[in-house]
Write a protein that binds this ligand. Structure first.
Ligand SMILES: *Cc1c(COP(=O)(O)O)cnc(C)c1O
Length: 354
């Protein structure tokens, strides 16, 4: 158990009025904990949200030794605050840390820290339909040293941001650009970790896709550019001839918690699922023959993101009638229903924040 020291702000901010958007508004407090080699993690604390002061030589600024996570807190109809599978974020934190030579963070400490900061700023959890409190835990390397080596000191920080509904006017289909030039990750690399570098390297393709009128990039494998991997910050699913298919976890794909939840739900409903390689050619074939029934992305931010249109080179494929698939809608309603306490939690995924 962490012994968390609490310093309350003396100048609480006004709660936001009007649309929240995403990631621009921050709550009154943050969680901070330090790591020092030989001493381990220490000085767990909740303090007023404020700027930090760092040496310009801090390692994170130069070689990107950092990790992050993303999850949400929801306000239930019963007035309680809920987290969704935070133990999975704790496990993934350590999978990332191990790859990036960041020290192990005990899973129970991660969950305790997230719960404590959410409890502290609980009255910042928005209550309108589709809104939530976005939680951003991250770890940065803080040694003031320009040599390339694992840092000996780190900071673990958690900040909170009240967020609006991802789809301002209800669930809506997106257009996706299948990138045939740039790649995101290769096996043996860091594709399965949540680290900033993966995002820095994705920006050029994202700009290209946006300029062409598409909202997200779908990545192909880094070697042959032939197999489907995932979308910018979402995993991807295809319903082909009644079977739900998603790329298998191969080391270059991020193991999404929403992905895992969707697989569990489909199985529990008796829908056949497959985790395997899917080539872009197979996808084009399935679309031409009419076997491709639905496409949707999964991730914490949007939960389920129906795909209405896919572009690959000169091919523009409309999925179904370009609208929201029946399964996509059912998954969205079920996952958000479990998250907010509207539906029964048969899998034990919901954690009430005490
Ligand atoms: C975070 C993330 C996802 C989605 O993971 P969830 O746990 O479902 O939010 C998918 N792909 C990438 C690259 C990500 O960073």
């Amino acid at each position: 158990m962490l012994d968390i020291k609490i310093t309350k702000t003396e100048t609480p901010k006004e709660k936001p009025q009007g649309p929240l958007g995403f990631g621009k508004i921050f709550t009154d407090h943050m969680f901070v904990m330090d790591y020092t080699e030989g001493k381990g993690w220490h000085d767990a604390r909740i303090v007023p949200f404020a700027n930090f002061s760092f040496s310009p030589a801090s390692m994170v600024f130069h070689y990107g030794q950092e990790m992050f996570e993303g999850l949400k807190a929801y306000r239930g109809a019963d007035g309680k605050s809920y987290l969704f599978r935070p133990d999975m974020n704790a496990k993934r934190t350590n999978a990332t840390n191990e790859r990036l030579c960041i020290p192990h963070l005990p899973e129970e400490d991660f969950v305790q820290a997230v719960s404590a900061i959410v409890k502290m700023d609980e009255d910042w959890i928005p209550t309108e339909e589709g809104t939530s409190l976005y939680i951003r835990p991250f770890i940065i390397a803080t040694d003031a040293f320009l040599g390339v080596a694992p840092s000996k000191t780190y900071k673990f920080i958690i900040i909170l941001s009240p967020s609006g509904a991802y789809y301002a006017s209800g669930l809506a289909p997106v257009g996706i650009w299948i990138e045939d030039d740039f790649v995101r990750a290769v096996r043996g690399g860091v594709g399965y970790t949540k680290t900033g570098g993966n995002y820095a390297s994705s920006l050029a393709a994202q700009v290209k896709a946006h300029d062409a009128g598409y909202s997200q990039v779908l990545w192909l494998d880094g070697v042959e550019r032939k197999y489907i991997e995932e979308v910018g910050a979402m995993n991807i699913f295809f319903k082909i001839n009644g079977t739900v298919v998603t790329p298998m976890l191969n080391g270059s794909i991020l193991p999404g918690i929403t992905r895992d939840s969707v697989l569990h739900l489909c199985k529990s409903w008796g829908i056949p699922t497959e985790e395997r390689k899917i080539s872009v050619d197979e996808l084009i074939e399935a679309q031409k023959s009419g076997a491709l029934e639905e496409v949707f992305g999964t991730g914490t931010a949007a939960v389920i993101s129906p795909v209405g249109k896919l572009r690959y080179k000169d091919d523009v494929m409309t999925i179904g009638d370009g609208g929201i698939g029946t399964l996509s809608q059912k998954l969205y309603d079920t996952v958000t229903g479990i998250q907010t306490g509207k539906l029964e939690d048969n899998f034990g995924w919901r954690l009430s924040v005490e």
